[in-house]
Design a protein around this ligand. Structure first.
Ligand SMILES: Nc1ncnc2c1ncn2[C@@H]1O[C@H](COP(=O)(O)OP(=O)(O)OP(=O)(O)O)[C@@H](O)[C@H]1O
Ligand SMILES: [Mg+2]
Length: 234
């Protein structure tokens, strides 16, 4: 796929394939096109060229809610909760969308509390979402995405701003989600977390894929070392 914004070629003839059940990392410096790729897959943006397929279904032209109904969910780099709603209702609202929506608001609320337990927010269910700290808001984002019952979860910098303990907890949660059959694609700058979590990664630079493979292979690739690690790690 390709996507241009005015004079900026944000994504350039990018070929990417993620296998079912994989944890796939999308790496690259600031402005390399990672979030644009998520927006293309989620349907927020239309590609200028190329095809996007999900389990054999052509996604091109489908609006975001149709893609959600097929099982595509994403979180946002800048956390976007409904601040005045309770934590529980943020998830309940999302439970009314997606692949298999809850049949009633009551059912949505019940399932929301299960999802909050899964992400470790059960104790905060009745607080306004705006009262959560950053780590908790990121967990709420994940719970809201999970509420649509996705098969594919796109996580945009889910570990940014978290402390070491919080990162550990998230990494554990992502592993559990994969064990339950979810496919995860994450954009992440936390290299140790990427190494421990991802089966495969791709590295973007100026919208182009410069390397793809295991985290070890990609993070030691000469161009990646040059672009990302400033050459020092060489
Ligand atoms: N909606 C938009 N309109 C105009 N330009 C955009 C838009 N979205 C992204 N861009 C530009 O496209 C390029 C890629 O941006 P993108 O947000 O995909 O990068 P990124 O890899 O996610 O960066 P970061 O690590 O900083 O989040 C950048 O030059 C950015 O300024
Ligand atoms: Mg981004």
């Amino acid at each position: 796929m390709s996507k241009r914004f005015g004079g900026v070629q944000a994504v350039r003839e990018l070929d990417l394939e993620v296998g079912e059940g994989e944890i796939f990392g999308l790496l690259g410096p600031n402005g390399s096109g990672k979030t644009t790729v998520f927006n293309l897959v989620a349907g927020v943006l239309a590609p200028d060229a190329g095809e996007i397929r999900f389990g054999g279904v052509l996604l091109n032209g489908l609006p975001p809610h149709r893609r959600a109904a097929l099982g595509v969910a994403r979180t946002f780099q800048l956390v976007r909760s409904l601040g005045r709603l309770s934590v529980a209702d943020n998830v309940a609202v999302a439970r009314l969308y997606g692949a298999t929506p809850a049949r009633s608001v009551d059912a949505a609320r019940q399932e929301a509390s299960q999802l909050l337990a899964l992400v470790g927010l059960a104790g905060k269910a009745h607080l306004p979402a705006a009262s959560l700290n950053l780590a908790e808001r990121r967990r709420l984002e994940v719970a809201r995405a999970l509420a649509t019952r996705p098969r594919l979860l796109l996580l945009d910098e889910p570990l940014a701003g978290l402390n070491a303990d919080e990162v550990q907890a998230e990494v554990g949660l992502f592993r559990r989600l994969r064990e339950e059959g979810l496919t995860l694609v994450l954009v992440e700058h936390n290299v140790p977390a990427v190494r421990s979590l991802c089966d495969r990664v791709a590295f973007l630079h100026a919208g182009e894929k410069v390397a793809e493979g295991s985290p070890e292979q990609v993070l030691s690739h000469p161009r990646v070392v040059e672009v990302y690690l400033g050459g020092a790690a060489g």
